[in-house]
Design a protein around this ligand. Structure first.
Ligand SMILES: [Ca+2]
Ligand SMILES: [Ca+2]
Ligand SMILES: [Ca+2]
Ligand SMILES: [Ca+2]
Length: 286
């Protein structure tokens, strides 16, 4: 096991060097690798995420709040998980949310920096032309309300490049598991989203943009936020939850956390003596 741990650390450091990782927020997490043909169906059914174990999930219990409200799982509860596929070259984001009162202003604000370049990516204040070109270009902010239809008029949205926030660049499935939106009653929902990754998202569309190519073992930058608004849809109830705790992540990719793109659970790395499960144990014990 000691030998395994050393091998794992070597892999880990190689990935860090390869991506030029800067200091990001929080503790590294892992994106599940879907084997070709096993990518989730975007049908709103959760079952195809059963293979994505707890190791890959972020849960409300470990999220950070930028404001004052204490953790209360009856007020807000969730899990999120990220996956990717080398076959489809898409990122997959799944979430279960339980909320004592769901408004149609509530959503995931999900930010992505696939090549881990870091840096400011919105609100440059250098004029409209500059903003049009560079807003959400080198990192992206997606607002994901689905299956809720947002009061702002979307299920999914890219805040800087409208085209990049809709199908086929962002596709989703989802449904309510309990209750509904706007009823002042407890509600639960599930959603699953597929995102085409960009290193440069251009105002002229996909042909003018640079698509990111996922590589196993690379580290990408991501942050995921949910502001809980209950009685008053215009106000957060002192609750703005994030997976990594990066303040200002909506415009600064240096405030994201890190996800390592995991190897297949049952791929070439999985032999009798060296399964990814043991690798994960190595990470934990080291
Ligand atoms: Ca599904
Ligand atoms: Ca709540
Ligand atoms: Ca709420
Ligand atoms: Ca970037």
């Amino acid at each position: 096991m000691r030998k395994l741990s050393i091998a794992v650390v070597a892999l880990f450091l190689a990935a860090m060097v390869a991506t030029g990782a800067s200091a990001h927020k929080g503790q590294m997490k892992y994106m599940y690798q879907f084997a070709p043909g096993t990518e989730p169906d975007l049908d709103g059914e959760m079952a195809d995420w059963d293979v994505v174990g707890d190791f890959y999930r972020a849960r409300a219990e470990t999220m950070f709040n930028q404001f004052g409200a204490p953790m209360d799982l009856a007020d807000f509860n969730c899990w999120t998980a990220w996956g990717y596929s080398l076959s489809t070259n898409k990122a997959y984001f799944a979430y279960w949310v339980s909320d004592d009162m769901l408004n149609n202003t509530e959503k995931w604000s999900t930010t992505t920096d696939w090549d881990h370049s870091g840096g400011q990516f919105r609100s440059f204040q250098q004029g409209d032309e500059y903003e049009k070109r560079w807003d959400c270009a080198q990192a992206q902010r997606y607002d994901i309300a689905a299956p809720v239809y947002s009061s702002s008029g979307y299920y999914t949205k890219n805040l800087g490049k409208v085209w990049a926030g809709t199908a086929p660049y962002v596709e989703w499935g989802g449904k309510f598991l309990k209750g509904n939106v706007g009823t002042f009653e407890p509600a639960e929902l599930f959603g699953e989203v597929a995102i085409m990754p960009f290193d440069d998202c251009h105002p002229d569309g996909e042909a003018a943009s640079v698509v990111h190519r996922f590589k196993e073992g690379e580290i990408v930058g991501v942050e995921t936020n949910w502001g809980d608004k209950d009685a008053d849809p215009a106000n957060y109830d002192n609750a703005y939850w994030s997976v990594f705790g990066g303040v200002g992540a909506s415009q600064d990719a240096n405030q994201f956390g890190d996800y390592l793109l995991a190897p297949l659970e049952s791929g070439p790395t999985a032999t009798a003596d060296n399964t990814w499960g043991q690798v994960k144990a190595g990470f934990i014990s080291e």
